[in-house]
Design a protein around this ligand. Structure first.
Ligand code: NDP
Length: 300
């Protein structure tokens, strides 16, 4: 069998187009421009690239983008003061604090200082609790992107066996909650899970969010299953020249795609969906803040 490739790049473009259409309507009919504020503390090069991409894509969708770059030695109090200012700014509908923050800042304190209504990352403890209890919440972007692709592939997910490998707060746990909400039978696997291969082989939907290059191969996959590879791992690529690197997922794409029914590639799968869902969450937050209907197909 040769799996269908789920094209995250193309899917993300359709999500951004929906966002842009909704933004245009908000502007034309209500005079409202959604705004996303991104805070970056320090000079981590990878984070700077992400923040730049976020700003660019936010503007391309017609939204206001507010960037706040703070020096690495910014005090916790100054960060919290900025968050408080943005919480109270009516032009800002979404706030994202790029993680990780420097060690001297309590990350959870920062995350929970963002009011839940503007917490477009969905990491605030109130949003985590709301998601877990089936209440309206902001949903973390990467799992939301995975859910959108799965719904697109399967229509209804009801009754499917889903295994999520990884139990982080940003991917594994919210992913499992979303699949449960869509009536999958969900198992979360992690580094202590016994017989993990056999467990995964029972999955109609297998989500890999581990951070281990190509750990999951064809032997772990039920024939015909849908495999969502969240992993982004940089490994040496001597074939490309001295010191060159390439990106691979947590799934061994070459063997897995012979067994799976559908699979996301790395790069070009889940990755592009994350920023697209951040934009989607910002529009959703803006609509909720103004008592307007939420955009269809952009929320969980
Ligand atoms: P974490 O390191 O926070 O979590 C990894 C999880 O994998 C943990 O729960 C860990 O288990 C589990 N794990 C580790 N080793 C094994 C193993 N041998 N067998 C089974 N489970 C194992 O990672 P994240 O969730 O933040 O990210 C996961 C991957 O997704 C990374 O590659 C990251 O770069 C990528 N990512 C991609 C995004 C995107 O936009 N596409 C966004 C976010 C992340 P335990 O809890 O027991 O230690």
């Amino acid at each position: 069998m040769s799996a269908d490739i789920i094209d995250g790049k193309a899917f993300a473009a359709t999500v951004r187009a929906k966002v842009a259409t909704h933004v245009a309507t908000l502007k034309a009919d209500h005079g409202i421009t959604p705004g996303l504020a991104v805070i970056l503390v320090g000079e981590d090069p990878a984070s700077e690239v992400y923040v730049r991409n976020k700003g660019k894509q936010t503007a391309e969708c017609g939204m206001n983008s507010f960037e706040h770059k703070l020096p690495a030695d910014t005090s916790e109090a100054d960060l919290l003061a900025l968050i408080d200012q943005l919480n109270n700014d009516p032009a800002v509908h979404g706030i994202l604090c790029q993680l990780p923050v420097p060690d001297h800042i309590n990350q959870n304190l920062g995350i929970n200082a963002i009011i839940p209504e503007k917490d477009v990352d969905g990491f605030n403890i109130l949003n985590v609790g709301r998601l877990a209890t089936g209440q309206t919440s902001m949903v973390p972007c990467t799992p939301l992107g995975c859910l959108m692709m799965l719904r697109d592939k399967h229509g209804s997910l009801s009754g499917l066996n889903a295994v999520v490998v990884g139990r982080s707060n940003i991917v594994g746990k919210p992913m499992a909650q979303l699949l449960l909400k869509d009536s999958c039978t969900v198992t979360i696997a992690h580094s202590r899970t016994k017989n993990i291969e056999a467990l995964c082989r029972n999955a109609d939907i297998l989500v890999a969010a581990v951070g281990r290059p190509e750990m999951i191969n064809a032997d772990w996959i039920k024939p015909g299953a849908t495999v969502i590879d969240v992993g982004i791992n940089r490994i040496p690529a001597p074939e490309r020249g001295d010191g060159k690197m390439r990106l691979v997922g947590d799934v061994d794409f070459a063997s897995a795609s012979e067994v799976a029914g559908a699979i996301t590639p790395v790069p070009g799968g889940v990755g592009p969906m994350t920023i697209a869902c951040l934009l989607a969450n910002t529009v959703t937050a803006c609509c909720r803040a103004n008592g307007l209907p939420e955009p269809e197909g952009l929320t969980a």
